[in-house]
Design a protein around this ligand. Sequence first.
Ligand code: UDP
Ligand code: MG
Length: 309
Amino acid sequence: MKLLSAVVPCYNEEENVADFYREFIKNEGFFKEKEIELELWYIDDGSGDNTAGEVKKLAEADRRVHFLSFSRNFGKEAAIYAGLQKARGDYVVFLDADLQDPPSLLPEMYGYLEQGYDSVATRRVSRKGEPPIRSLFARMFYRLMKKISRTEIMDGARDYRLMTRKVVDAILAMPEYNRFSKGIFGWVGFGTKWLEFENIERKKGETKWSFWKLFLYSLDGITAFSTAPLAFAAFMGVLFCLAAFGLIIVTIVRKAIFGDPTSGWPSLVCIISLISGVQLFCLGIVGQYLAKTYMEVKRRPIYLVKEEI
Ligand code: UDP
Ligand code: MG
């Protein structure tokens, strides 16, 4: 018998835990025929509601249900990593607790593993039901990443992914602190089949990602998988040096021909503010990388366990 582990990160998902279990377990028959057992890991990412209680009820009734809770909210990335460490399966799949990643897609996904793929990923083709401003920024992010990163990061990719032990071990070998899974999946490579589905709206509860949280997450993604912003800072430096040389020559020539002293303090103020703005911006870019490096060298644990069943 082989084993398939499902990892479900939960942050205040008390209404969804049981619904998810019911949907997921519908695949039981299919996998039994393939001689595959199921196990389910709910990772409670420091929920403040009764998520833990709901999972424990399920775990009492069904021994295949496991539970791991964090000492506080460490973020979805930490939950994914913890799930990967805990999962013992020959295959591992991540799903959101809110049923936005339909478990009914699993048999089809498994079919591709049988065909020889190592990883089956999903992406949504539409962003129906999402605030337009969020979609706009998401599109911009993916377009930018395509340009500045050599790691493949698919637009609309979800974290809903089924993979073989080979891929799981490859990801576990990346114990970095600043985790950006969409990039990590692309970075490890392996044959990946992409399945597309229409966006499904969350049935119960609310999204845990505010616009601001997503924005910061996108910065994590950029610093983790591209150093292009640093090159941009250097490029700005060269550009402004060249402009300064040009201006020096213009000033000298003008003085020689027209005897006109450098005129006007307003232009000077503009130049000074522009250049200090660019300088601070570039310093900020360097600061971002420094901050990430700082967090990385501290080697703090990615999560802390409160309870495990
Ligand atoms: N999640 C988590 N920790 C967090 C935020 C979210 O474990 O800090 C989980 C959440 O419970 C859900 C999944 O990550 O299972 C996706 O979150 P959500 O549905 O809120 O995001 P969206 O689908 O709106 O992008
Ligand atoms: Mg969701």
